[in-house]
Ligand binder design. Structure first.
Ligand code: PMP
Length: 460
């Protein structure tokens, strides 16, 4: 049903005249016009024309408890009425960030002790970068300040986030990145493993590029390694099982801090509260955001392990860093309620024991067998689907990225919001999805795959 509150053409005109969208080619957008998303309910979003779309991306990897949750709206309204804002500068605090930091420490891996709040994942990575450099300075080793990251990593859009990230097109527009950040190979076996190389061997080889970078710079110059447990925006690249244990070993051997970016994987997505647990990683910092509030308020939390926490408290000295909205009381109250809901509804266990395994099984059974699909992979409720021209030699349709985009466009037209990065389709649905929702999503995806295949037939 068309939503009469919103007039699409009028909004599109205003949009084109005034609204600069993130990560957008504005010439292209103005030709196409925006779809206005006006409402959400459970796993569905609705546009102004009444079209129902099943959201396999949970917004942007964030709406983990689904849309239309009054509990979060109520908590936000209550906090706004009682105390909308006060800061945590000047030896003050408000209760909700204090309570949320304790709650996060309770659900986080055992070595996590402290939490620094911001408003976004990018900000939180900025905090992380400065904190690890501050840590080494406090330890009397300020020259240990190189950070090793990976090609194709995504760590955000601020200058520090984009510098830490490994997206070359973003680096080009930076006009000068934050110094002393180097990028090594991504653990992306599907494209980067040598013919005949086992996943296990490839995982070790990818991890050892970090050791090579440490040796090239000198371990006394390297502060930390940063990585997403599963690369998300780069295409849901799940590393082989051999990768993370080897990364951890290398970091320990050379006394390099390990920074995890769990902006996507944090708060249940992989079937554990944090992917650090899924992969058995002990991290010195864990960046989180997005699902901390299920996207209902902008909030990020940098989780700080005992090693850094101890030095900060024992050595003292001001950390010259913070945001007006560090520990925003409304956002933190919403975050606290969101975590309570995830606990009460047993969503993390459901992903681990039920929907996660079911998603993997259905990807293999229904999607991987399609002629356009080269590989499916998933951990918990986070999945990737490789679109290929030829399953055997893994070759792609040309131009690169066009085939997955075609599938994506058909999927959206058929009521399924899914994303394409290069030729990988990616999904990261709300944790409230059930087996039935997964079935519905794949019914719609299969229609899209068939339509795209028919259009691509002439290129085979
Ligand atoms: N890190 C990762 C792994 C992300 O996926 C993102 C956002 N997609 C960010 C950082 C940046 O978060 P934000 O957009 O909230 O700044």
């Amino acid at each position: 049903m068309t939503n009469h509150k919103y007039k699409l053409q009028e909004l599109q005109q205003l949009d084109a005249a005034h609204y600069l969208h993130p990560f957008t080619d504005h010439k292209e957008l103005r030709n196409a016009g925006s779809r206005m998303i006006v409402r959400g309910e459970g796993p569905f979003i609705y546009d102004s024309e009444g079209t129902e779309i099943l959201d396999a991306m949970a917004g942007l990897w964030c709406v983990n408890i689904g849309y239309g949750r009054d509990e979060l709206a109520d908590v936000a309204a209550e906090q706004m009425r009682e105390m909308p804002y006060y800061n945590s500068f000047f030896k003050c605090a408000t209760p909700s960030p204090v309570q949320l930091s304790a709650k996060i420490a309770e659900i986080a891996p055992p070595n996590i002790e402290q939490v620094f709040f911001g408003s976004s994942g990018s900000e939180s990575n900025d905090t992380a970068l400065r904190l690890v450099r501050h840590y080494w300075a406090l330890e009397g080793k300020p020259e240990k300040n190189i950070i090793i990251s990976r090609q194709n990593a995504y760590h955000g859009s601020t200058v520090a986030g984009a510098s830490l990230g490994g997206m070359s097109h973003m680096h080009k527009q930076l006009g000068g990145a934050v110094p002393n950040i180097v990028h090594v190979m991504a653990p992306y076996a599907y494209e980067l493993a040598e013919p005949g190389e086992s996943d296990e061997a490839f995982g070790l080889r990818a991890a050892r590029t970090i050791e090579d970078a440490i040796l090239a710079a000198g371990a006394d110059k390297v502060a930390a390694f940063i990585g997403e447990p599963i690369m998300g925006a780069g295409g849901v690249k799940i590393p082989p099982a051999s990768y993370w244990p080897e990364v951890q070993r290398i970091c320990k051997k050379y006394d390099i801090l390990l920074m995890l970016d769990e902006v996507i994987t944090g708060y249940g997505r992989t079937g554990e509260w944090f992917a650090a647990t899924t992969f058995g990683i002990e991290a010195d910092t864990i960046t989180t955001a997005k699902a901390l509030t299920s996207g209902y308020q902008p909030l990020s939390a940098l989780l700080v392990g005992e090693r850094i926490a101890k030095t900060l408290v024992e050595k003292g000295g001001e950390f010259y860093h913070g945001y007006t909205y560090s520990g925003h009381p409304v956002c933190c109250a919403v975050g606290l309620k969101n975590i309570e809901i995830i606990e009460e509804e047993g969503l993390v266990d459901r992903v681990r024991n039920d929907t996660g395994p079911y998603l993997a099984e259905q990807l293999a059974k229904r999607i991987a067998v399609h002629p356009l699909v080269g590989e499916t992979r998933s951990v918990g409720l986070m999945g990737g689907i490789e679109i290929v021209k030829d399953k055997a030699d893994r070759s792609r349709f040309q131009p690169g990225g066009s085939a997955a985009t075609k599938v994506r466009d058909h999927a959206i037209a058929n009521g399924l919001m899914i994303r394409a990065t290069d030729d990988t389709l990616i999904m990261s649905p709300p944790l409230i999805w059930t087996r039935e929702t997964i079935d519905l999503a794949f019914d719609r995806l299969l229609v899209a795959l068939d339509l795209a295949e028919a259009e691509l037939a002439s290129q085979r």
